[in-house]
Write a protein of this length. Structure first.
Length: 129
């Protein structure tokens, strides 16, 4: 019998003890901590510029992805050492009511992302047709 004290266990929603590595709640907490860490370490000028570009894209397109925003950032030539901070920027845009998730993903067009999944966001700044 496994003793709870022997392992890093987490009680799930149904009251079952499971290893914390397999807990949705623990996974969400770890995600939120990671997003906060990358946001805290990203260049402030870059974050402001990225947020401005999210808004600019959302004012012109019904849907958008991080790729759309990052393409505009390349033109501005504003960089940060922590590219993953774009996730925090998108979440801030969502908190501001500019965008919402469509629940869909699409493949990234960026070579370095290896066609990985990208959230498709719906603009809340552009009136629907």
């Amino acid at each position: 019998m496994i003793e709870a004290a022997q392992y890093d266990l987490f009680q799930d929603v149904q009251g079952v003890l499971v290893p914390s590595a397999f807990s949705v709640t623990a996974a969400r907490e770890a995600r939120d901590e990671a997003v906060q860490r990358v946001e805290d370490n990203a260049d402030e000028e870059w974050k402001r510029a990225a947020l401005e570009q999210v808004r600019a894209v959302a004012q012109r397109q019904q849907t958008l992805t991080v790729d759309d925003v990052q393409a505009r950032m390349q033109i501005l030539d504003v960089t940060t050492h922590e590219g993953r901070a774009m996730g925090a920027v998108m979440l801030e845009a969502r908190r501001r009511g500019w965008i919402e998730s469509t629940g869909r993903t699409t493949q990234s067009k960026q070579k370095q992302c290896h066609a990985g999944p990208r959230t498709v966001w719906r603009s809340l700044l552009l009136a629907p047709f």
